[in-house]
Design a protein around this ligand. Sequence first.
Ligand SMILES: NC(=O)c1ccc[n+]([C@@H]2O[C@H](COP(=O)([O-])OP(=O)(O)OC[C@H]3O[C@@H](n4cnc5c(N)ncnc54)[C@H](OP(=O)(O)O)[C@@H]3O)[C@@H](O)[C@H]2O)c1
Length: 259
Amino acid sequence: MDYCRKVILLTGASSGIGRATVLKLAAQENKIAITARRKELLAEVAEAVRNAGSECLTFPGDATNAKHAEKVVRDTVNRWGRIDIAILNVGAGPATNLLTSSAERILGCMRANYDSMVNFYVPVLRQMRAQTTRGLITHINSLASYFGIPMQGDYTAAKAAARILFETARMELEHFGVDHIRLQTIHPGFVSSKPKQDKLPRPNELSLEAAADHILRAIRSETPEYRFPAGMALATRVGRIAPLWLKTKILLGAAPKQY
Ligand SMILES: NC(=O)c1ccc[n+]([C@@H]2O[C@H](COP(=O)([O-])OP(=O)(O)OC[C@H]3O[C@@H](n4cnc5c(N)ncnc54)[C@H](OP(=O)(O)O)[C@@H]3O)[C@@H](O)[C@H]2O)c1
């Protein structure tokens, strides 16, 4: 979908990939609603968006709270009348160890990556179904959603759940003849969003700038499952068909001895 003079909602805009993407969208005379918990950072992003020529509404709040998400969608529509593009970007994947992790921590990762998406997906989809104009909901997932990865177990499980939810909802849009809405999942490989404390290997890591360019390209093409960068996307494709023993050997070979 073209992303010029559109009403766009982007969650998780205070830093990283979300911030880099919204700053690029700002140059296209859009009306952009942004969310995140860190109010001051969000306000800084909003100022940069307005300086670049787009309108901006900020909604500080926690994406794991369904009421927050409902209010963001309602207030955005009250102000601008519709939502054309929603980029559901909130997520986090700190390193973990499933032998020592608590239930609370594992479920917290699910809330951060899965609930945070579902909370927005539901009211945005409802709104777009009521519109007659075309709509696109894009979820920023991860190449890590395709199989379990040591140190990333809770994250890969949450992202896999989100991938399958979108895959199924996409089938249902087709089944029920809803042809003005597109659901898209974008799977980045490693992106240098912030300094990492863990020793997780990060092959082919991309800059934020390059990741945001990929996201805009994906939105324009409306490719249902967009994966980048190409080398990591290919490695993931091979990993999906490799026998489990081989995948385990390769992944454990890359994992630090202690974590
Ligand atoms: N970086 C990578 O290598 C990589 C690779 C593949 C996929 N991804 C995915 O890309 C997305 C963005 O990640 P990133 O690397 O750019 O991380 P990031 O710099 O930490 O950005 C995450 C954004 O989400 C917001 N956020 C997190 N939890 C939230 C919550 N509960 N409620 C509201 N906002 C929340 C953060 O803002 P506040 O903290 O201010 O709330 C921040 O704006 C994530 O979904 C991640 O899984 C990243």
